[in-house]
Design a protein around this ligand. Structure first.
Ligand code: SF4
Ligand code: SF4
Length: 67
């Protein structure tokens, strides 16, 4: 199962994102995107992800689903 973001639950804050810190493979990434209402978004690098689920377990807003 791979992580998937439920955007409406995610404040997309690079400095407070626990999922970024939790990922042992640096596969959770914040990217600036001016088209996003919050100015950026959290994305996953599925090439690096080993589907461990740590990001979902640590996510502060239950915004990551493994599916
Ligand atoms: S911890 Fe979860 S809800 Fe918080 S910014 Fe990261 S992905 Fe979004
Ligand atoms: S499932 Fe594991 S490896 Fe994949 S993004 Fe989440 S914490 Fe990183």
């Amino acid at each position: 199962m791979k992580p998937s973001l439920i955007k409406r639950r995610c404040p997309a804050q690079q400095t407070m994102c626990r999922a970024i810190l939790a990922c042992p493979r640096q596969a959770v990434i914040y990217i600036v995107d001016e088209l996003e209402p919050l100015g950026g978004k959290i994305v996953f690098d599925y090439e690096k992800c080993d589907e461990c689920g740590k990001c979902a377990a640590e996510c502060c807003g239950q915004a990551i689903e493994m599916r």
